[in-house]
Ligand binder design. Structure first.
Ligand code: FPP
Length: 239
């Protein structure tokens, strides 16, 4: 792994928990539990590799339409994990933030989120962003609404600053597991120039080695941001 460029910001759509469980003759929620373990492991691996931002898509604005018992299980899993994990995250210098429409959650979960965010707010190791009750279109609308309410001009900088990711860096690498090749309303604005990596692996199987493979693939890409390949190569040689 020498000379690998490590992406500054990795965002992940963690798909395939349900299928992983069903393939084992278990209920879908069993897959979410395993998925949570993987999320925890991914944060550790990213911290070790020197990734600065990790954004995980845990629950979309549209996931409320799932069967009620699955939604309840996910909410409980989220709250319990925040309670159980926040001390360890804090010890590991991880700053945790939940990005999304937090007003949609019940009081217990909101409290657990506030507590975990407050505990870890001064940390400067890995910035772990959990996207929950999040939708990319909602994010853009709420940013524009804030600008309008403040009587500000609608500009690119203004919108970027008011997105829930708050003017932080855009993802360099956006990974989706589970075999589907779509963005599903995740970070629509922020992913404008992200390198996309689709893995057929189901999320509970996506381990550190799989992440290394995604990073190796990312290293083969030439990020052009609208320029020509020649311009980019010349600029790189001048570095
Ligand atoms: C997609 O798999 C996964 C979700 C909608 C939930 C993701 C949640 C976790 C990984 C656990 C919670 C993690 C955190 C960090 C709070 P799916 O159910 O759509 O799988 P399928 O496509 O096989 O049905």
């Amino acid at each position: 792994m020498s000379e690998q460029k490590i992406p500054h910001h990795i965002a992940i759509i963690m798909d395939g928990n349900g299928r992983w469980a069903q393939a084992r003759g278990k209920k879908r929620v069993f897959g979410h539990k395993a998925g949570m373990e993987r999320a925890r492991e991914m944060a550790e691996v990213c911290g070790e590799l020197g990734v600065k931002y990790l954004t995980l898509f845990a629950f979309s604005s549209e996931n409320w339409n799932r069967p009620q018992d699955e939604v309840s299980f996910l909410m409980e899993l989220f709250a319990t994990s925040l309670k159980n994990e926040s001390k360890k995250l804090n010890k590991n210098n991880v700053k945790l933030t939940v990005v999304g429409d937090k007003d949609g959650f019940d009081k217990t979960l909101r409290k657990a989120i506030d507590k975990a965010e407050a505990l870890t707010q001064d940390n400067d190791g890995l910035y772990l962003q959990i996207a929950a009750n999040y939708g990319g279109r909602w994010d853009m609308v709420q940013a524009a609404q804030q600008l309008a309410a403040q009587g500000q001009e609608i500009t690119e900088e203004g919108i970027a600053a008011h997105l829930v990711t708050g003017g932080g860096p855009d993802p360099d690498l956006l990974i989706r597991t589970g075999g589907e090749q779509r963005i599903s309303n995740f970070l629509l604005w922020q992913a404008a120039y992200s390198e996309l990596y689709f893995s057929p692996m189901l999320w509970p199987d996506f381990d550190g080695d799989a992440l290394q493979q995604a990073i190796a693939d990312y290293n083969q890409r030439q990020r052009r941001f609208g320029q020509t390949g020649e311009q980019v190569t010349t600029a790189e040689q001048g570095d």
